[in-house]
Design a protein around this ligand. Structure first.
Ligand code: FAD
Length: 472
């Protein structure tokens, strides 16, 4: 470790690592400090990747169960779920990816990685405490905080009982639970509910709000909720969990409905997924002028904190909390710090996927947001029940909604509920970011038979209706 660096980046997740790499690749002396088990952050070790690895096993299981629909006769009765093997596969992928990231870093000469903890002494110096070796004070020109977030723990009586787990703990649980109550119906709760339900766990969800997946297009969220309930997942909205207690053999969750009724639900495992808390503790922020609150570190449009030598990106500055968003912020920040004037990522054009089954993908404004903003908009729709690719894959359900300004037809939002919606969002993000009109989408040629045809089809049908004077 040197005594001085141009930049110190704290946190080696999807926010910090690409930022450090971009700055060092441009010739700056950079120190990246990561306090975890390896490089990758929440995304790699406790978030995006492990959840998708479990989800992939669940998806394969569904495919095998439905094989006879595709003319494949299988003796599914003999199908065994090997939980240890699933966990081992997960671990192998995580290790490989983390090592791969470290290898990439080593190829950048100006970039030094220290596994340890960083804490501010003042606006120009940090104390680095490596996992092995002595602490050292290091000075910097500029620091970037990318320390991420951890699961929030709401003040519910009994949340410290054994078997009350958070999203990070459930992903590494050593056995498949038989019965689980999930508190919270946000993106993580919904994803995990379907994964564990597919594996054979009895799952119920308790949600305080009136809807599941609050920020998502309501029509799509309601369709998904209905489908989950038809599949056997119990979902109760408008209820408040009051207490978790231990009975002789399991846990009991006491909750109150909107009508004031007090009810109980029993479970082997209670999973808490009620949001995430930005990681500001232990950073020594009290030794600086950096302002923060429970929602995260306060930054201006340039991602600069109230201390002009210190910047912050990713989950630590609050919503939205996505890996690709953290990376986009970090890369734009690095460019600006290098003197290139590039626009910072815009929440209005950020894309997101709920990894439900089927997925929900979204970019830009929802109908509720467009209405609130007073925008005169129309909706181009496409029903995946009539889609060739969806019929071929046996998943002919769901809907695509393209929101466009009624005057000029500029596309302002894309929302899809269908299997494959995750991969549709790449094109959707570009469409919303570039602000092209519906006519441009209608005129683009999409390969057949693919789900992407839905974009042009929806656009063409909406334009035809408009031409005929029919409301969309
Ligand atoms: C179950 C789950 C599933 C998810 N799925 C998705 C998904 O599918 N797609 C998606 O886009 N997002 C997903 N997310 C969200 C995503 O993981 C986060 O938005 C993303 O990891 C944020 O990146 P970050 O770099 O800001 O923080 P993090 O990834 O949290 O990285 C921060 C790093 O900083 C380190 N650190 C903290 N304090 C210090 C310190 N003082 N010194 C040194 N190092 C420190 C931490 O150890 C950590 O490695 C999921 C999250 C969860 C929990």
């Amino acid at each position: 470790m040197k005594q001085r660096y141009d930049f110190i980046v704290i946190g080696g997740g999807p926010g910090g690592t690409p930022t450090a790499m971009a700055l060092a690749s441009a010739g700056k002396q950079v120190l990246l400090v990561e306090k975890g088990q390896g490089l990758g952050g929440t995304c790699l070790f406790e978030g995006c990747i492990p959840s998708k690895i479990l989800r992939e096993s669940a998806r394969r299981l569904v495919e095998i169960r439905e094989a006879t629909d595709f003319g494949l006769k299988l003796e599914t009765q003999s199908l065994q779920l090997d939980w240890n093997a699933i966990q081992q596969r997960k671990q192998n992928i995580l290790t490989k990816r983390s090592m791969g990231a470290q290898q990439k870093l080593k190829q950048i000469p100006n970039l030094e990685l220290i596994m340890g903890t960083a804490s501010f002494i003042d606006d120009k110096q940090v104390k680095i405490t490596p996992h092995t070796g002595d602490s050292q004070t290091v000075s910097f020109d500029k620091a970037i905080i990318a320390t991420g977030s951890t699961p929030a723990r709401p003040p519910i009586e009994g949340i410290d009982l054994p078997n009350v787990l958070d999203s990070e703990q459930i992903l590494s649980i050593d056995h498949l639970p038989e019965k689980m109550v999930i508190i919270g119906a946000g993106p993580i709760g919904i994803e995990l509910a379907q994964i564990f339900h597919t594996f054979g766990c009895e799952v119920s969800i308790l949600e305080a709000g009136a809807h599941i997946l609050a920020p998502v297009d309501q029509e799509l969220a309601e369709q998904l909720k209905q489908q989950m309930m038809d599949d056997g997942i119990a979902i109760t909205t408008n209820c408040k969990v009051k207490q978790i207690s231990e009975t002789a053999s399991e846990l009991s969750v006491n909750y109150q409905t909107d009508a004031g009724e007090s009810l109980e639900r029993s479970a082997e495992i209670v999973l808490l997924v009620t949001g995430r808390h930005p990681n500001t503790d232990g950073l020594g922020l009290e030794n600086t002028q950096v302002e923060f609150n429970p929602q995260g570190i306060q930054v201006n449009a340039q991602l600069q904190t109230s201390e002009n030598t210190i910047y912050a990106v990713g989950d630590v500055i609050g919503q939205p909390m996505f890996a690709h968003w953290a990376t986009a912020q970090g890369l734009a920040l690095a460019k600006n710090l290098m003197g290139m004037k590039v626009p910072m990522p815009d929440k209005q054009t950020n894309s997101a996927v709920i990894f439900s089954q089927p997925e929900i993908g979204m970019v830009g404004l929802t109908e509720a947001q467009a209405t609130q903003a007073g925008i005169d908009y129309s909706v181009a729709r496409y029903d995946f029940a009539q889609d060739a690719r969806s019929q071929i894959s046996g998943r002919a359900s769901g809907v695509l909604k393209i929101l466009f300004e009624t005057q000029g037809h500029k596309i302002i939002g894309v929302h899809a509920l269908t299997e494959g919606a995750d991969d549709l969002m790449g094109e959707a993000a570009l469409v919303v970011k570039t602000g092209i009109p519906l006519e441009a989408l209608a005129g683009s040629i999409h390969p057949h038979p693919t789900l992407t045809e839905s974009f042009a089809q929806a656009a063409r049908m909406a334009l035809a209706k408009l031409q005929a004077g029919i409301s969309t």
